[in-house]
Write a protein that binds this ligand. Structure first.
Ligand SMILES: [Zn+2]
Length: 111
């Protein structure tokens, strides 16, 4: 499955690009770089974009309105593949999977 990611841009721009990827059958995850320690972080809630995100390494809260990015998993609109990914990320988000160490974002959904 092709992955697509891009460099950071303002949140409004990223959200627009992500919408386009979602419309093409993609599943997107917001990414950002912690302003304090520089660690790259990925949100664990698919297709959701936040105005700020907390670093899982150092706990610093970074404002994402000026700069964030995203990665998109392009499923080609394959419903079965999308369901598998949705279930996997949902399990991870609820702590039932052995992975899922994403940061805890402040839930300010911009969608
Ligand atoms: Zn950090």
């Amino acid at each position: 499955m092709p992955h697509r990611s891009r460099h950071d841009a303002p949140l409004a721009e990223i959200a627009k690009e992500a919408q386009r990827a979602i419309a093409q059958g993609g599943i997107t995850f917001q990414k950002f770089t912690c302003k304090k320690c520089g660690k790259r972080q990925t949100m664990d809630v698919p297709n959701t974009f936040y105005r700020e995100g907390q670093c899982e390494e150092c706990g610093h809260i970074t404002n994402l309105e000026k700069a964030c990015g995203f990665t998109a998993i392009m499923t080609g609109g394959n419903q079965e593949v999308m369901d598998i990914i949705r279930k996997a990320v949902s399990d991870a988000a609820h702590g039932t999977a052995p992975f899922g160490t994403a940061p805890k974002p402040t839930p300010k959904d911009v969608q």
